[in-house]
Ligand binder design. Structure first.
Ligand code: SD4
Length: 288
């Protein structure tokens, strides 16, 4: 089976370029997706993920992540983690080394230290300057939201996904979005497909979006139909609640290697698709 990787936003290209050669050499989907996500966590220029991520209102960088393996439905997550850069790898360790699915805050940090993760300052001069500038802007448009979600299909036909983020910049201390929540920011099941979301986490959580998409794949819809279904639901819920639909985007991948993506109108959503020996950027369909 030809492997494939897809990843959210323009920096998804970095993730896809890191994951694709591993998949081509026969790596398992989860190993490849994690390597892709970690490349973005390591990039200080990406100010919404990992090192250089934008801080919350108190000036603290607080990270969320999860991983899921479609073979077994094994999954792990961490939320509200400070001073640990590779939170996606930490989520994987929660999956592999504990009887639990999720660790948060100090407990997650302690678990990381026990497993040799270094404690680091995640600020960069640029991320602090951007955080200060956005804090002075009186609008909510400074609530930038660009999570990396990586979905991979390996040569054996198995699926996995990884999601990692610093969440909304200037978020309330303690706030957790959709990204580390299995079924909201990510869901993967080899028997149906893989899906992930990015954007305003509260709205993704409200509709359990990744679960909705994977169940739609299970029912026989294509990844494109599944993503459009979730995006339409966000728009409908916005109307019901009398609020402007939030900026949200979805990606999905089925076990045959078919890909889909959709976003709400006003979300200029690009995503990376890596297969064979090339990675290309695509723009998602917008749903009004
Ligand atoms: C969150 N969904 O914390 C994340 C942020 C994000 O694209 O995706 N952004 O709500």
């Amino acid at each position: 089976m030809q492997p494939i990787v897809i990843a959210t936003w323009k920096f998804g290209e970095l993730a896809a370029r890191a994951a694709l050669p591993l998949l081509t050499r026969g790596a398992a989907a989860l190993d490849a997706a994690l390597a892709g996500a970690q490349a973005v966590e390591d990039d200080p220029a990406v100010n919404s993920v990992g090192y250089g991520g934008l801080a919350n209102r108190l000036g603290v960088v607080s990270l969320d992540a999860c991983v899921m393996d479609g073979r077994t439905l094994d999954c792990g997550a961490v939320a509200g983690v400070e001073n640990i850069r590779h939170v996606a790898a930490l989520a994987r360790l929660v999956m592999e080394k504990t009887p639990h699915l999720m660790l948060v805050g100090e407990g997650a940090k302690l678990f990381a230290v026990q497993h040799g993760f270094p404690l680091e300052c995640l600020h960069t001069p640029e991320s602090v300057a951007t955080w200060q500038r956005r804090g002075l802007e009186k609008s909510t448009t400074h609530l930038t939201h660009d999570t990396v979600t990586v979905l991979a299909l390996d040569q054996t036909g198995s699926l996995a996904g990884v999601c990692t983020t610093s969440g909304l910049s200037h978020k309330m201390p303690g706030r957790v979005g959709d990204s580390p929540i299995i079924g909201a920011g990510l869901y993967v099941d080899n028997a149906a497909g893989a899906a992930g979301g990015t954007g305003v986490g509260e709205e993704i959580l409200r509709i359990a979006a990744s679960s909705v998409m994977v169940e739609s794949l299970r029912a026989g819809q294509t990844p494109q139909e599944a993503c459009e279904l979730a995006a339409r639901r966000i728009v409908e819920v916005g109307k019901r609640r009398n609020v402007k639909p939030a900026q949200i985007a979805f990606i999905a991948l089925d076990p045959r290697g078919n890909v889909g993506a959709a976003c709400t109108a006003g979300t200029d959503f690009h995503f990376a698709v890596g297969r064979g020996d090339c990675v290309e950027m695509k723009q998602a369909v917008a749903i009004a």
